[in-house]
Design a protein around this ligand. Sequence first.
Ligand SMILES: Nc1nc2c(ncn2[C@@H]2O[C@H](COP(=O)(O)OP(=O)(O)OP(=O)(O)O)[C@@H](O)[C@H]2O)c(=O)[nH]1
Length: 382
Amino acid sequence: MQEWIYLVIGIAVVGVLAIAGFVTTRVRRPGRLPEKASTDVITPAPSTTVEAPTAPPTVEVETPEASAEPAAPTLETPEKPASRLVRLRQRLAGSNALGRGLLGLLSRDQLDEDTWEAIEDLLIGADIGVAPTQELVENLRTRLRVEGGQAADARAVLREELINLVDPTMDRALKVSGAGDAPGVVLVVGVNGTGKTTTVGKIARILVADERTTLLAAADTFRAAAADQLSTWGERVGVEVVRGPEGGDPASVAFDAVKEGIDRGVDTVVVDTAGRLQNKQGLMDELGKVKRVIEKQTPVTEVLLVLDATTGQNGLIQAKVFSEVVDVTGIALTKLDGSAKGGIVVAVQRQLGVPVKLVGLGEGPDDLAPFDPAAFVDALLS
Ligand SMILES: Nc1nc2c(ncn2[C@@H]2O[C@H](COP(=O)(O)OP(=O)(O)OP(=O)(O)O)[C@@H](O)[C@H]2O)c(=O)[nH]1
């Protein structure tokens, strides 16, 4: 009888232990979300439910090869220059108020004196300059009188006259080739902050897009960051930069870079210079020296003056002085995207007799476009 009692107690103990074990297992087993949860907003399980693994991890962490030997930077492929002005035409929104305003006035039923005066005001307000404004108004008056002032005609006549004013006959090709085996040398000059270094970086991209071998010269030894800025531009497209000691002689950096360019047989050397105010005689003399020193080896093929389009008439005074010192051959008009004064293109060309060759239409790396009069006027009238 006693044996029976022990047996019953034994079975009861085993039963209790089995039930306890089952409950414990259910609690520890990681829970799967119920089916319904997948269609509901999923709230991540509280992190406290995740158990830290007790066993050491079996997966070995591999050291990436890149950390042993730095990978070569991936070079960018700059956009071909030909398509740029079309892509960037909407950036001329500030200036195309001029085109729209002119079209609005010219399509009035009566082109009376008040209307012609309003047209003149618009043109002068856009910095075209007094003489070109009078010339344009005179031509429009004559042609619209003779040809009849229908709205559609007025648009075509205005387009033609604006293109004539911007002058499609000027040679706007950037002179980037030297004679024989010598490299072309582009010297980039201008007052402070107009966008010289940025423009040199962007020109390097244009040259790379045109498959030309290129070397940059950081002859802006005055502003410490300028050489670094230029190196960054160069690295992105695989173009090397020759630089000298901070505060060193800019003419010496330019000389070394051009020598290097000749030795290596590159197609083009582009020389960045420090910004300088046109009324600082010492700095202007220094610029003259940079050019003379380069030309001991090979001619400078292009002297590009960088003008900030937003500075208006002040830019014209700068242009004149720079031109006297280094014989400017082309203009890069920057920040045209932030300006309502697109007419400065006409004014500066008239003042200097030198063509606008490049226009800056933004801060993006390929936002520098070769200037094309017809595409420019079409953007103004769009
Ligand atoms: N919106 C706009 N900004 C531009 C353009 N070109 C240059 N910039 C900006 O103008 C500023 C000045 O450019 P930099 O290239 O440093 O000017 P810099 O002439 O070399 O300056 P300094 O060496 O001090 O004379 C930068 O913030 C450029 O991004 C342009 O076409 N449009």
